[in-house]
Design a protein around this ligand. Structure first.
Ligand code: VG1
Ligand code: CO
Length: 543
């Protein structure tokens, strides 16, 4: 096996964002760009020799080429074994499980998640560690530092590896195993949920539609929903992962999964609708004529967890990212379990999950998950909702109504302003930050400001501190207004403004969130001088 050391020059822009390194495909196609980053990751894992690495992606454009390169580099860098998904495919939650199940040292996931795919769009790569979760902040910083200092990488001269059949082969000292990317994950779901009960639901008069948006969850959803649970053929739509995801945004929200949303709000609506994103970690939950906000979804599942066999003894605790509504906190208080508020990004849940302090966690960005893996998990959330529906015999609307009656309703909406010039977005936030000290005590939008700050998080397990995680305005009545810049985009800057208000009067439970929150929306735009600085009148995406 010939191994070459290739001289290279560092790139200055390989700092991973909220979830790995994401760039335009064209950026990744520059000579040595992918190789440099992969070498920086490998260098940050000094104990890799002889260990197992899991490898796969969401099937987007450039997935296959990147895998061939990474195989050669893994061989040259002393990995003992590679577990690669057949066709080069793996969803993010499946990689997380496979790392844990086979006690691998880590995994590389090739995905830009909810970002569009194709030669003109995005590609990405992220490293998950031996707990199955995204690299910690400190490891991420180390990888970035390595990427800036790199001057060579190692690569083996090997033949092209056939990824399309399950097989085992030996390349130098590295064993390569092409495995079924779905089986182990589907088996895990079968251990968590009551499959006979779910089969009865799906084989009866209940109707559901799952939209895989031409991305990775298609094969997983077909295996689990249609084959193992016996839902009618066609329950899963857009099930074949396409390199360009059919030209759409593989992002499960009311804007990018519009055909599904339209169906659930039509006369022909089935009982239940769900969608997932490019790499399979997000979920959107819809009932007939009703959309469940992800924040409410986390709260409902927390309240109902005991109907699922794996959680029949109750939950240790629950965590949510800071911008996620406080609905789950209210449930946790009622259940007498711990609850936590972390910065945005799944990596911040890892320590709490590993320490057994939380069982469920979630984000407002359509992410929900549990301690079964160390990533958010779209299909898990769908099966959890189906479990609640099967157990209660109620509709999604009835479940939500009953939840609000018991815990109150957290009205919530997020407004995204995408592709702003970076200087403009930074100016808006800097302007707001300068005002924060004088806001407490003021009356704004008819509410009294209690706290106005820049969110800083101290990890309760290892004491590490993460600063500048979003600007917050907390009102005395429990309402919140939050501002932060996205760390997953590849063009300009995306400003996210999150609006939340708590309502306990049942007569007010069925208002339109946009109207209910209108004064907070106006306030958010005023405080950032949004219209005058950016010229934008309306957000690009409302969820
Ligand atoms: C977004 C979401 C965040 C999520 C992240 C990765 O990050 O807001 O909650 O964890 O995407 O999700 P940002 O920095 O753009 O706000 V995924 O499904 O793209 O891996
Ligand atoms: Co994703």
């Amino acid at each position: 096996m010939e191994i070459t050391t290739v001289k290279t020059q560092a790139f200055a822009d390989q700092r991973p964002g909220t979830s790995g390194l994401r760039k335009k495909v064209k950026v990744f196609q520059q000579a040595h760009y992918l190789e440099n980053f992969v070498q920086a990751v490998f260098d940050a894992i000094p104990d890799r020799a002889g260990k197992t690495l899991v490898l796969g992606g969401d099937g987007r454009y450039y997935n296959r080429e990147a895998i061939q390169t990474i195989i050669k580099m893994a061989v040259a860098n002393g990995w003992g074994e590679l577990l690669i998904g057949r066709h080069g495919l793996f969803s993010t939650p499946a990689v997380s499980h496979v790392i844990r199940y086979y006690r691998a040292r880590g995994g590389l996931i090739l995905s830009a998640s909810h970002n569009p795919a194709g030669p003109e769009h995005d590609f990405g790569i992220k490293f998950n560690g031996e707990n199955g979760g995204p690299a910690s902040e400190s490891l991420t910083e180390q990888i970035w530092a390595g990427s800036k200092a790199i001057n060579s990488y190692r690569i083996a001269q090997t033949e092209y590896i056939d990824l399309d059949h399950e097989q085992e082969l030996q390349l130098g000292n590295t064993r390569i195993r092409i495995i079924d990317p779905v089986r182990d994950y589907a088996d895990l779901m079968e251990r968590i949920f009551d499959f006979p009960a779910l089969s009865r639901l799906l084989q009866g008069s209940f109707r559901m539609r799952f939209d895989a948006l031409h991305a990775i969850t298609g094969p997983y959803a077909q295996e689990i929903l249609e084959r193992r649970l016996g839902a009618p053929a066609g329950t899963v739509q857009n099930a074949i992962p396409l390199p360009d995801f059919g030209g759409g945004h593989p992002d499960p929200n009311l804007v990018y999964a519009k055909p599904l949303a339209d169906l659930l709000f039509s006369e022909q609506a089935p009982d239940f609708g769900a969608a997932s994103d490019g790499d399979g970690d997000r979920n959107m939950i819809l009932g007939r004529g009703v959309f469940v906000t992800p924040s409410d979804s986390l709260a409902v599942l927390t309240a109902q967890a005991r109907c699922i066999p794996a959680y029949a003894n109750g939950l240790h605790g629950v965590a949510r990212s800071m911008p996620t509504s406080q609905a789950a906190d209210v449930v946790a208080k009622a259940l007498g379990i711990e609850y936590f508020e972390t910065p945005t990004g799944w990596k911040f849940f890892g320590n709490l999950l590993d320490a057994g302090r939380i069982t469920f966690c979630g984000e407002e960005s359509f992410g929900t998950g549990s301690d079964h893996v160390r990533e958010k998990d779209g299909l898990w959330a769908v099966l959890a909702w189906l479990s609640v529906l099967a157990h209660s015999g109620q509709s999604v609307r009835e479940i939500l109504d009953a939840h609000w009656q018991r815990f109150g309703r957290h009205y919530y909406t997020r407004h995204d302003y995408e592709e702003l010039p970076s200087e403009v977005a930074e100016k808006m936030l800097a302007g707001l930050q300068a005002q924060l000290p004088v806001l407490p005590g003021q009356q704004l939008a008819g509410r009294e400001v209690q706290v106005a700050d820049d969110f800083s998080y101290t990890d309760p397990i290892d004491g590490s501190v993460s600063e500048h995680q979003g600007l917050r305005i907390l009102f005395a009545d429990g309402a919140r207004l939050i501002f932060r810049l996205s760390g997953t985009g590849t063009t300009g800057a995306t400003l996210r403004i999150y609006h939340e208000a708590y309502e306990t009067n049942p007569e007010q439970f069925h208002r339109d969130p946009q109207r209910y929150l209108a004064s907070l929306v106006t306030l958010g735009k005023d405080l950032t001088r949004l219209e005058s600085l950016s010229g934008r009148k309306a957000p690009t995406v409302i969820t």
